[in-house]
Design a protein around this ligand. Structure first.
Ligand SMILES: [Fe+2]
Length: 381
């Protein structure tokens, strides 16, 4: 079997990496005009100030865009692109969680290309040949948006959509653990568990290959060790750095091989009521893991060993132990009490989820899917 691997963005990693943003941005921007897409939370907490000062010190004119909340929408991307175009930006910087990074990535295409990102939804039209360069700084360790070619966003009808292209990847990623220490414990856990599932699913699906497993197994070694440390001591910069690296490499893994059934359950749930992506994904993984490891493959065994388990059969207990050490109960929000297992199975069975639902060699029967859905919904507060 042959396989190909996607490019991995350049990184600068370690405490204080954000301090290099001015010099690096100046090297990427010919006209010294920058669109900065940043998480509003970072602005209100004063965490953007050092980056803004570093950019100003290099003589860069910065147009900030922080007018978004929650999951990214096509309207957010269009507004960010309009701000960038009005400012004559030739570089886009994204600082924040996955939403900020996805808005920044897609704005790189919409500024020189179509003003409405719906033009690029589901590859409706090709991306412009030369999107603007971008520099991304994740403030959470989870989505891997900084290392993959996909942007997730909602369209006008609320449906989750994607845009994809190697052109959307950043020129440079700054992984600075100091930026993540203020993340509350529950969000730290949900984001890291999402990254863990990225690595596990990318390395165990039928699409998996050795080039992706290299990155996925590295993430599987890092995250289970680092997450309990980051929860117990939020300012443990070594643990925070390991989580950022784990999420980055897990993002590389899904960039190559995609996700699987836990993400199908997560996306299906998100279509029915608001829920944090990492929380829903961790729940989807937990309810389907025993079913999956009862059908072991060499890839599942290898992933188990990367996690430090002697064999695949030991994975469910290790997962439950990891979740227990997060001190963040995994439970769906109250709105899910009105959702039936049948409704969740219908949502999971839609065309958007099909590639994830069928990614593993094992296929869940309708009865098994209903059981997963019921187990997820039973957690609703
Ligand atoms: Fe995910």
């Amino acid at each position: 079997m042959t396989y190909s691997t996607a490019p991995v963005p350049a990184t600068i990693c370690g405490p204080g990496a954000l301090g290099q943003i001015g010099r690096e941005a100046a090297a990427l921007s010919r006209h010294a005009r920058v669109l900065l897409v940043a998480d509003p939370f970072l602005e209100t907490q004063g965490l953007l100030a050092p980056a803004l000062a570093a950019l100003a010190a290099e003589g860069l004119a910065v147009s900030p865009f922080t007018a978004f909340t929650g999951e990214p929408k096509s309207t957010h991307v269009a507004a960010a692109a309009q701000a960038g175009r009005a400012a004559g930006a030739d570089l886009v910087i994204g600082i924040g969680g996955g939403s900020a990074l996805d808005i920044a990535k897609l704005a790189t295409a919409c500024i020189p290309g179509a003003p409405d990102p719906m033009a690029y939804a589901l590859a409706a039209t090709p991306l412009p040949p030369e999107p603007l360069p971008s520099l991304l700084v994740p403030s959470t360790a989870g989505t891997g948006a900084e290392s993959c070619a996909t942007c997730i966003f909602s369209g006008p009808d609320g449906r989750k959509l994607w845009a994809w292209g190697q052109e959307l990847k950043p020129r440079l990623v700054l992984l600075d653990p100091e930026l993540t220490v203020s993340l509350p414990p529950a969000l730290t856990a949900w984001c890291a568990l999402d990254a863990f599932v990225h690595a596990f699913e990318a390395s165990t699906s039928a699409r998996s290959h050795a080039g992706a497993a290299l990155h996925a197994h590295h993430a599987l070694r890092l995250i289970p060790k680092a997450l309990p440390r980051a929860i117990a001591a939020p300012e443990d910069l070594a643990a925070r750095e390991a989580l950022l690296l784990g999420a980055f490499h897990a993002g590389v893994a899904i960039d190559n091989c995609g996700t699987a059934i836990a993400h199908a359950l997560s996306h299906g749930a998100a279509a029915l009521a608001p829920v944090h992506h990492g929380l829903a994904t961790a729940l989807g993984f937990g309810v389907s893991l025993r079913w999956l490891v009862a059908r072991p493959t060499p890839q599942i065994e290898a992933a188990a060993q990367a996690c430090g388990c002697p064999c695949a059969a030991a994975l469910p207990e290790a997962w439950e132990d990891l979740v227990a050490r997060c001190a963040a109960p995994l439970a769906l929000p109250e709105a899910f009490r009105a959702v039936t297992p049948e409704a969740l199975v219908r949502a999971v069975s839609g065309p958007e989820c099909a590639p994830m639902l069928t990614a593993h060699r094992a296929r869940a029967t309708p009865e098994e899917l209903t059981g997963f859905a019921r187990a997820m919904l039973d957690t609703a507060a």
